[in-house]
Design a protein around this ligand. Sequence first.
Ligand code: PNS
Length: 161
Amino acid sequence: MKRAIYPGSFDPVTYGHLDIIHRAASIFDELTVSVLNNKEKCPLFSVEERVKMLEEATKDLANVKVESFSGLLIDYAKRKQIRVSVRGLRAITDFEYELQIAQTNKLLSSGQLDTIFLTTSLEYAYLSSSSVKEIASFRGDISKCVPPFVARLVYEKYGYV
Ligand code: PNS
């Protein structure tokens, strides 16, 4: 069985993430979307909220499950006996950062964790969770960036609902 992890912050999940999830789920037998529980970052949504959002957004995909993890990705992947991490590449600006993570993970795992990149579909190439939050914080329109139920939750955080 071909299994992969799609790790990320997903704060919040965007149509760009969902594009990668749908495509990775059609390539692998099982995809685990894994929310990083990073105590140093100051996320808008708690890990539990992000997991719930992802579960709702992927409920129609039978081979997708959602979890959270703390610590190093390679340790989490080893515990789950998964050898592939999926990441989306939007524009060339992502490349250096992603290459660094991928190479570090490969080195630290002694070659046990490989990274596969999917190029984000063009319409989502400039979407990011950070810009969604910035737009929403000024009451801007995020309907083209995230599903309606996510938009409602984001606006709620900024006190607009
Ligand atoms: O959505 P993001 O914030 O770009 O995702 C980054 C993520 C979660 C993939 C990366 O920060 C990560 O894997 N963090 C876990 C800690 C780790 O393994 N660090 C070593 C890789 S440099």
